[in-house]
Design a protein around this ligand. Structure first.
Ligand code: ADP
Ligand code: MG
Length: 343
């Protein structure tokens, strides 16, 4: 195929596919790709708008030889995961693409991953920007997603209360375990944003966050946000044995490839999981279990919020006898988390 330009890309690759299977465009007030800006129909009364942006940068978040279909899926999935963590439903998204060239095969695969998830989540692409880069510059893809949530009902990081239960969806650690071995993994490459769970938790959970940087780091974010809001020091006690290990980690423990403690470190600190970590009052236990059943999604109660900090960073891990786990393990858990500007 002859080399394609920016406007061929927008016209042939984006515009034609963006509206397929998207009820959003049934509204006379909706406008997608093609004008100077997109138009979003008014939200139903009683809902407020939610927005989030996440970018994926080559060499930073993904390898140059990444499967383009999974990358297209992932750049939307990580944004939808942020909506899920707010208890919001998706409305629409934009895509900013900075690319060295327009490679039709690569882009066809990328857009297949992107549009398949967009249709599944009823979240149409309504605009964006496209920039050509120098030959040695890293490519990047940035999605801004718009969602809606019942007014005042968004799940915030700052909402947790002393004595709340701590819950986590799905299983943990497989994505980081895959990264450590340089192997592909469904969790890592095809994250499944927990939108249905987030929606059901709105009005029930007290706080929520999605696990992109690891459970331990995300829990610290929850505790910090809530401690600031309530002006009291909050901590958490967690049950080391209850951490739900991913299937690859489980198998690796069963075959004695790694120790159970090593597997639990992966589960406690591994990023790229896109599960929800959330808190709720103990009185909500039955309702939460019922939601897990309805959605066929494992929901595990892994600990409890406490009033005073119980350990460095306020997080205390205990074994099944209620004894603190070994200091070296606890220290490794406390190190989890990622800051782009700290090494
Ligand atoms: P402008 O010069 O007004 O910014 P552009 O030429 O950048 O317009 O874009 C033309 C149209 O194509 C706009 O509607 C814009 O939203 C859309 N568009 C450009 N790049 C993308 C992209 N990567 N994804 C989706 N829509 C895009
Ligand atoms: Mg533009």
């Amino acid at each position: 195929m002859a080399s394609l330009g920016e406007f061929d890309f927008i016209g042939q690759f984006l515009k034609s596919q963006a509206a397929q299977g998207q009820p959003f465009f049934e509204s006379p007030f909706a406008l997608g790709i093609g004008d100077d800006a997109a138009l979003i129909p008014p939200l139903p009364a009683g809902e407020q708008m939610v927005m989030a942006t996440d970018m994926l940068v080559e060499g930073r978040h993904y390898r140059p030889d990444v499967d383009p279909e999974s990358l297209g899926h992932k750049v939307l999935a990580v944004n939808l995961s942020d909506l899920a963590a707010m208890g919001a439903r998706p409305v629409a998204f934009t895509l900013a693409a900075a690319m060295r060239s327009i490679d039709p095969d690569w882009l066809t695969a990328f857009l297949k991953g992107l549009f398949t998830l967009a249709r599944k989540s009823q979240c149409p692409l309504i605009g964006g920007d496209t920039v050509g880069l120098h030959a040695d510059a890293p490519q990047s893809f940035t999605v801004t997603v718009i969602g809606a949530v019942p007014q005042g009902k968004a799940l915030l990081r700052s909402g947790l209360q002393p004595d709340d239960d701590l819950w986590v969806s799905g299983s943990l650690g497989d994505a980081a375990y895959a990264v450590s071995r340089w192997v592909p993994d469904v969790k890592l490459d095809w994250p499944d944003p927990r939108l249905a769970l987030g929606h059901r938790l709105s009005g029930l959970a007290t706080a929520a966050i999605d696990i992109s940087d690891g459970l331990s780091a995300e829990l610290r974010h929850l505790l910090e946000a809530s401690s600031t809001r309530h002006s009291i020091a909050l901590g958490a006690s967690l049950d080391w044995q209850r951490l739900p290990l991913g299937p690859s980690l489980r198998a690796a423990v069963d075959t004695q490839t790694i120790t159970e403690d090593r597997a639990r470190i992966f589960a406690a600190t591994g990023g790229d999981e896109y599960e929800l970590l959330f808190t709720a009052a103990p009185s909500a236990r039955e309702q939460i279990a019922a939601i897990g059943n309805d959605l066929s999604l494992r929901l595990t109660r892994i600990g409890q919020v406490s009033k005073a900090p119980v350990a460095p960073c306020g997080i205390q891990w205990s074994d099944s006898q209620g004894q603190p786990i070994r200091a070296e393990l606890a220290a490794e858990c406390a190190q989890g988390g990622f800051d782009h500007f700290k090494s």
